[in-house]
Design a protein around this ligand. Structure first.
Ligand code: E4P
Length: 218
C-alpha cells in the first residue's frame, strides 16, 4: 500500500521523504493556501516534485472542462511526477477522460459515493479519492465507501487505484489497508502517529533505566 502525505508543507514533506516513508504527495487548494500566500503555486508544486520521487497531486481550479484542460496540461508540464486532480463533476469527468487519453495521470477528487467512483473509473482515472473523514463528519460511514468501491472495482476489473483520503487518525489508515485501498493519503501528524505506542515509550524507558545499572556504554 502506498503512503501519500496530504500537505503542501515542504518541511514536513522533506522530513517524511528523508525517512523514506512516503510514496507521493497530495495537495488541494486549501492546503496550498496554508503555505502559499504570496508565492507562485507552480513553484511550490515543482519543489514538492523535486523532493518526492512519486505522484504529486495538483488540483485544477476551473470548473468548466475547457479551462480544466488548459490548467491540467499546464500542471502536467511542470514535472513528470504531477498527477492532475479534477473534481468529481460532469466537467471533471470529461476532463479526466481527455487528460487520460493524452497520457496525463489523474486523481478524481471529492468522491462521496460508489456511483461517483464508478464513473471516475469509466473516465479512466488513475486514482479515485474517497473522502472518508468528511463522510464521518456528517455521521456517515466513510470506510464503508472504501469497502464498496474496492468491491465494485474488483468485480469489474477496473484498474483505477483507490486513494483513501480525508483520513484523520491512525485507525482510518489501518482500516484502509485492511479493506484493500491501494493508497492512503494523510496529514503529517497522522503519519507520525502511526509510529507511536505508549508501550514502546514505556518499554524503551525501562530498558534505558536498566542499562544505566551496568554503568557502561556500548
Ligand atoms: C485529498 O486529496 C484531500 O487533500 C484531503 O485528504 C482532504 O482532507 P480533509 O477532509 O481533512 O480536508
Amino acid at each position: 500500500m502506498k503512503i501519500f502525505l496530504d500537505t503542501a508543507d515542504i518541511a514536513e514533506i522533506r522530513r517524511a521523504a528523508e525517512a523514506g516513508l512516503i510514496d507521493g504527495v497530495t495537495t488541494n487548494p486549501s492546503l496550498l493556501a496554508q503555505v502559499g500566500a504570496g508565492r507562485d503555486p507552480k513553484a511550490i508544486y515543482k519543489e514538492i516534485c523535486e523532493t518526492v520521487n512519486g505522484p504529486v497531486s495538483a488540483e485544477v481550479i476551473a470548473t468548466d472542462k475547457a479551462t480544466m484542460l488548459v490548467e491540467g496540461r499546464k500542471l502536467a508540464s511542470l514535472h513528470p511526477n504531477i498527477v492532475v486532480k479534477v473534481p468529481l463533476t460532469e466537467d471533471g469527468l470529461k476532463a479526466c477522460r481527455t487528460l487520460t487519453s493524452e497520457g496525463i495521470r489523474t486523481n478524481v477528487t471529492l468522491c462521496f459515493s460508489v456511483s461517483q467512483a464508478l464513473l471516475a473509473a469509466k473516465a479512466g482515472a488513475t486514482f479515485i479519492s474517497p473522502f472518508v473523514g468528511r463522510i464521518d463528519d456528517v455521521s456517515g460511514e466513510g470506510m464503508q465507501l472504501v469497502h464498496q468501491i474496492r468491491q465494485v472495482y474488483d468485480n469489474y476489473g477496473f484498474d483505477t487505484e483507490i486513494l483513501a483520503a480525508s483520513l484523520r487518525h491512525p485507525t482510518h489508515v489501518v482500516e484502509s489497508m485492511l479493506l484493500g485501498a491501494d493508497a492512503a493519503t494523510m496529514p503529517p501528524k497522522v503519519l507520525w502517529q502511526l509510529a507511536k505506542h505508549p508501550l514502546t515509550d514505556n518499554g524503551l524507558a525501562a530498558f534505558l533505566k536498566d542499562w544505566g545499572k551496568l554503568g557502561t556504554t556500548l
